[in-house]
Design a protein around this ligand. Structure first.
Ligand code: NI
Length: 196
């Protein structure tokens, strides 16, 4: 998810998903992979090792996401094809809103809401996407512990968008063929001009 411009905040669910406090260290800001790179369109592999490196990666992902003014970032977007994503619909305003989802699965979805969304990997383009209004996600935390978290409205949308990323699906795939082709054509043009 690119920014926090859409709708209201969702209920943040249990804070169990938040990352533990880490001392202030310089974080690595990764370049965000753009549409066209095949890594964005292939399913990721599950995370099996829950070590310090994974915790470091999560913090680097938050730093990268905040630097890009996003509210969600999936590992493939920084070139790592693993089933992990970070979400913060407050955009860094509330440390308790930081959510790390490892090996997440959507276990429940309810209602529908159609709102505009975008993606850090497809900068400059947005489109209306129908998503569930409420979702429950089951995932592992940085220690490998399973937990469930509920999301509503924007948070539900962010969870769905990010889990899609982990399955190699971009929001473009939820648009009408007409709208999708229009965006693809514009990106092609930008690429030709060396602006993508
Ligand atoms: Ni995205």
């Amino acid at each position: 998810m690119p920014d926090k411009s859409t709708t209201s905040e969702g209920a943040a669910g249990t804070p169990a998903a938040a990352t533990p406090e880490t001392p202030a260290v310089a974080r690595k800001i990764y370049p965000v992979v753009k549409y066209g790179d095949p890594i964005l369109e292939k399913p990721t592999r599950p995370v099996v090792e829950f070590d310090e490196q994974l915790a470091e990666l999560a913090e680097d992902m938050f730093a990268t996401m905040y630097a890009a003014q996003g509210i969600g970032l999936a590992a493939p977007q920084i070139g790592k094809s693993i089933r992990m994503t970070v979400v913060d619909v407050t955009g860094g305003k509330n440390p308790e809103a930081k959510i790390v989802l490892i090996n997440p699965q959507l276990v429940h979805a309810e209602g529908e809401k159609r709102e505009e969304e975008g993606c850090l990997s497809i900068p400059g383009f947005r489109g209306y996407v129908m998503r569930p209004q409420f979702v429950t996600v089951r995932a592992q935390d940085l220690k490998g512990q399973f937990f469930e978290i509920r999301g509503e409205d924007l948070l539900a949308r962010a969870f769905c968008h990010e889990i899609d990323h982990l399955d190699g699906i971009l929001f473009l795939q939820h648009l009408s063929m007409l709208k999708r082709d229009l965006i693809k054509r514009k990106i092609k043009k930008l690429k030709k001009q060396g602006e993508w």
